[in-house]
Design a binder for this molecule. Structure first.
Ligand code: ZN
Length: 305
């Protein structure tokens, strides 16, 4: 998977358009392997992760970017975390019966049904993203209602209404194959430059949006096609300029030390099982942390309080 797990920035020379192309493969596998997700959930989580990585790559920040989708439907929570160094993790919470029921409504080949994943799998709720750059920096948060048919549509609405930035995102995943992959291509029209002819600016934007719409999912997820070649194929007439791709990797930020700190903040009696041991499972990566009575003695300084 040489052309996956990366985020690439590009610009179209002469037009005020910038873009991001993101592809995840092995990193996505790691996230999905941690839990036995039904296909419909794996698909939504894959799309949340790639959307999160795309939005994160379009921001300048030093810390943690979190994309969170909370709703009242079969899938109640989707989380994607991306650090500024490209470490990715994610998680989904869902009701198995409701997901199975909603998935049976997907038997039709009707593309409008396929597109309406958000109302069917998520219901109503919101999509929020947060940028956390540490205790001394103000947290940035953006929120948009889940009113689009897809997560990409909801994100586009956010950019248009809150940031006044025309944005188009093409996003897709393939979680049914051996190599599970997801990809996203985002283009963004930079604030209008008054020195240029307005008609030209409109025409140029319209043309690059139409070209984006011509992209096929197979191309977006084709490991034989490098990100440079894909962008050149799409935008060679617009003088596409690509930058060095940034690697993405799956990594959970949990650790035994962090779990110990959390345990220490709780009464020992509350965390201890009948046999005197304690088991903690990371919700995100499913890693088990086991503590014996001896470990707990050390953590709690030998006291039973
Ligand atoms: Zn973890």
């Amino acid at each position: 998977m040489k052309n996956f797990d990366l985020a690439q920035t590009f610009q179209l020379a002469g037009i005020d358009v910038r873009g991001r192309l993101v592809r995840i493969g092995p990193a996505l596998d790691h996230v999905l392997d941690a839990h036995a997700y039904p296909q419909a959930v794996a698909e939504m989580l894959a799309e949340t992760l790639v959307l999160g990585a795309t939005l994160a790559s379009a921001l300048k920040y030093d810390g943690l970017f979190t994309l969170q989708v909370q709703s009242d439907g079969p899938i109640s929570l989707l989380v994607a975390d991306v650090t500024s160094s490209g470490e990715l993790r994610g998680y989904a919470r869902f009701d198995e019966d409701k997901v199975a029921e909603a998935a049976t409504q997907d038997t039709t080949q009707d593309t409008t049904q396929e597109r309406a994943k958000v109302p069917r799998m998520l219901g109503s709720g919101h999509l929020a993203f947060t940028v956390d750059q540490g205790p001394n920096m103000e947290r940035y948060q953006g929120v948009v209602a889940l009113e689009g048919a897809t997560l990409a549509a909801c994100a586009q609405t956010y950019f248009r209404t809150s940031e006044q930035l025309e944005t188009v995102i093409f996003l897709g995943s393939d979680v049914g194959s051996k190599n599970r992959t997801a990809g996203a291509l985002l283009i963004q029209r930079m604030p209008h430059d008054n020195s240029k002819d307005t008609d030209d600016v409109e025409d140029n934007w319209h043309r690059v949006v139409v070209l984006l719409a011509s992209l096929k999912l197979e191309e977006l997820l084709d490991d034989e096609l490098s990100t440079e070649d894909l962008l050149y194929r799409l935008y060679h007439d617009d003088g596409v300029r690509t930058y060095e791709p940034k690697p993405l990797v799956h990594k959970c930020r949990c650790s035994r030390k962090k779990v110990e700190t959390t345990l220490k903040s709780l009464p020992r009696a509350e965390v201890t099982d009948a046999d005197g041991t304690c088991q903690v499972n990371c919700e995100l990566c499913a890693t088990d942390y086991n503590f014996t009575a001896v470990d707990l003695d050390r953590i709690y300084g030998g006291s039973d309080e």
